[in-house]
Design a protein around this ligand. Sequence first.
Ligand SMILES: *Cc1c(COP(=O)(O)O)cnc(C)c1O
Length: 305
Amino acid sequence: MIWKDYKAEIQEIKLPKIADLNVKLSILREDLIHSEISGNKYRKLKYNLIEAEKLGFKKLLTFGGAFSNHIAATAAAGKLYGFETIGIIRGEELENKINENVTLRFAKQYGMQLYFISREEYRTKHELSFLEQLKSKFPNAYIVPEGGTNDLAIKGCKEILYNECFNYDYLGSAIGTCGTITGLIESSADHQTILGFPSLKGDFITKDIQELTSKNNFTIFNDYHFGGYGKVNEELINFINDFKHLNRIQLDPIYTGKMLFGIADLIKKNYFKNNSSILLVHTGGLQGIEGMNNFLRKKNKNIIE
Ligand SMILES: *Cc1c(COP(=O)(O)O)cnc(C)c1O
């Protein structure tokens, strides 16, 4: 099984409405490493699929919501590396709407079998009884957790950074299930501080990361989730569009848009010393834009350009 060792390109960026940046700001283009297995999901799936093959599994089973980058990436990776894929999707009402939903349609095209469960049942997915039930229903499937985070995912995310990345004072990442930032923390140099921007509401992220790593050179900013996972407002959408006009780089509304918005706010508040250098990881996620735009159109809101 061949997984190429990508070194993502580093590009210097500007920020909308901040004429004189007092810091050096760059972005690591993980979004460009692979056309189908987007950004950090490539890193997170790599060692899981290698392990699944080693153990003799021919099927992958995983979980996600209707716009999940992880579901799309797992479907694509399964197809590319010769696994059948099964996706357990949150929300029974979606069963008849597969073709209206960009992510589910993509997953289906890549051969993923989709099973829809209620939101209540989905909440129990970490419970042993639910997992046992799945294992008996799909006995030959290698189970990848929701969002793809486990020790093997973290191992893959440690491969994001390479020599030039260690020249920066700060590294930044969006956060979902903490696998990516944990890989960055573990592989970072001691002089670096890793800045994390959760896309979810709640103060549990620092504790979750502390359970995954013993290093503590990281800081979490809990003020840039825009109301919670998948939530956006006009200010964020405008920021994403302005950023694209300025840098010709597309951000996604769930993760990287919120991180860049947060960094811009911190810079405005003089959080960073003059001439600090910051490298932000563009984790990808662009497949979710069309779904978000469909939602915004229905509400007569500005869309992502
Ligand atoms: C999944 C995802 C994340 C979150 O990664 P975690 O390892 O779950 O924290 C961040 N950005 C994008 C674009 C993603 O798709």
